[in-house]
Design a protein around this ligand. Sequence first.
Ligand code: GEK
Length: 253
Amino acid sequence: MTDHKPPQTAVSLQHDNLFASPLGKVPGFAFDQAVVDVFPDMIQRSVPGYQTIINLCGELAARFVQDDSNCYDLGCSLGASTLALRKQITQRGVKIVAVDNSAAMLERCATVLHEDTATTPVELVEADICDIEISNASLVVMNFTLQFIATEKRQALLEKIYAGLNPGGCLVISEKLLFEPESLNQLLSELHHQFKRAQGYSDLEISQKRDSLENVLIPETLETHIKRIRACGFNSASPWFQCFNFASLVAIK
Ligand code: GEK
């Protein structure tokens, strides 16, 4: 009998159906191999504006990256932001440091980067972003990662990023947001769920994924983010993109 395995590609095109069947007690969300296998499909169909945000990171790289400096992709997953930066960086002597604490994510990310033809060197680091050193940075990208960091550690992380950025350096933070009052939060959350249904997710998938992310993904309000960024000393900070309860902010040192 012939084995008809699909060809292996670096970026898996597997459809996300991790939450499609009733799971009984839904386990807490983890960035394990099962998630890695469906990740590109999962994030595209779950985060409105995801590709727009990733592309903008490339545009910001063209604008803000300084010669002989470092760029950081914090919570790099499969390297989507790193690839976007790499595509646009023409500055000399630049290194991208891509960090994630999921071994499964980084292993697949290494394969993805191996197939990319851009030349800016990338250092892949398996670590907690709260523990790494940040230095000589001209661009730091944190796309949908801060939301997974314990809230009490967020200020110190932002202060470390600020300290490691060169003057004129740029920080991008993309997050799921919380809204006040609760009625507004409910509305934006329902609009997000409508988006997910339009992407082919069933009500069961939406509710089981929500349960799985409970206490794992902790969103904060836009005001909390801006206040924290400003408290670090950034010269300016503003959201540049929002769709429902997802936004991306840019801050300049
Ligand atoms: C993208 N930026 O495609 N230290 C390091 N990594 C962490 C930590 C931590 N403390 N906590 C979580 N992660 C990517 C998408 S996904 C967002 C980022 C999502 C990693 C985690 O392993 C995962 O790979 C990533 O942060 C979050 O634009 O899935 O919603």
